[in-house]
Design a protein around this ligand. Sequence first.
Ligand code: HEM
Length: 442
Amino acid sequence: MSLPRVGSRIPTPDITIARYVLRMWRREGHILSALEAMHDALGDIFALPLPGFKSVVMVGPEANRFLLTDERDKVRWRAEGDPVTRLLRQGMLVTDGALHDDLREVMTPALHRSLFEGFAQTMGQSVDRVSGQWHEGSVIDLLGEMRRIALLTLMESLFAEDIGPHIETLWSDILRTIRYISPGPWLLWPDMPRLGYRRARKRLDAYLYRLIVLRRAQPADGNDLLGKLIAAQMNDELIRDQVLTMFIAGHDTSTALLAWSLYLLTIHPDVLKRVQAEIDTVIGSQMPEYGHVRQLRYLDCVIKETLRLYPPIHLGSRIAADDLTFGEFSIPAGTRVLYSIYLTHRDKKHWPQPEVFDPDRFLPAQGSARPPYTYLPFGGGPRNCIGAAFAQAEVKIVLARLLQRYQFRLVSGKVRPRMRATLEPSRGIRAEVHRRHGDTFV
Ligand code: HEM
């Protein structure tokens, strides 16, 4: 028997596996099932045979720890030609080294726990502003409506800006900009012409630069993120890069999570009943407050389970800055190394019946047995999500407020995941909206 040695070739799909992968892809109708099939066939590390895109996918707790913590100094985030780098320029998400650390240090206090009571009020009010436009029995797109709530919440909380009056004007520019950084053929052909994107980005930029200019002219309370960035004496370009980074990373993710949570609740009425009973007991008909967040324990399990099945950031990307060795495999410098949160969260080795929606698996007694890095919806290591606490409070308050007052009846058929900048329900989620307690709509 020959033992595996360092330098073994990273498993790569051959023609038989490629056929199996294509079959799975066709059967399930989304590309993630192709990745799942490759993981099944090839194991926790495999190469993606794409022309001009030298990449490996890593899965599981050992791989995640390797990339996010143990070898973090041997990888970088920034990939020059990538659309996300072109869009965000020097945004924290796409910088490395001292610049990244300095930016993170400036921004972290704007998400401090002491500010969460105020954030919670904004979150609840944002729900009421958006749902105030709904009519009894009408059909809404939950993805679009959750985006409105997330945009109002984020802009008010981090930039003291009411984006409400601008949402309609900016709507298609926001969606086009998100599309620009979503996966597509441009990953293999970075200079591919992208119709309409430049104009969308210019309009979005004009809106963000206006916020910066207004704040410089009228310095308000400097506790929000915009205040911190200005106080750090950055120039307008660098501030715009951070504002746009937080604008996209901070609302597109929560949008997807909210939409997936509502979708899963509508197709699991027994779980929905338990959530509603908890909300009624803990909050009644009051506006949810930050103090309620910790008491909503079952809702917490539902959100965690939704993040497990549909992690909005389903894949993290790094570039090997040095040669790396993972077990018996060598990964040459320059390789794109992707860690798959989606596949880790559905790994049969750690999750019994991984495809089943079962919030009870996050009850405290059951959660403790899982090894670290098996569950990482917010990433891990020093580059984990800066907005994790904000997002968790937001999603809880928004869901609590919605479910306290409304019932949704699914109109869409089977909803499939789609890889955009986040993992979102393809074609949205159409649902009929009804008042829960029979109140009439205004
Ligand atoms: C459900 C909501 C969210 C999810 C699932 C999520 C997920 C993640 C993940 C997985 C990462 C690490 C990516 C990697 O390792 O490559 C990350 C990083 C980041 N997230 Fe979030 N996020 C969410 C909400 C937010 C919010 C609300 C904000 C801002 C207020 C935010 C801002 C960021 C930023 C700036 C980074 C980069 C951090 C760094 O590089 O130091 N995210 N997020």
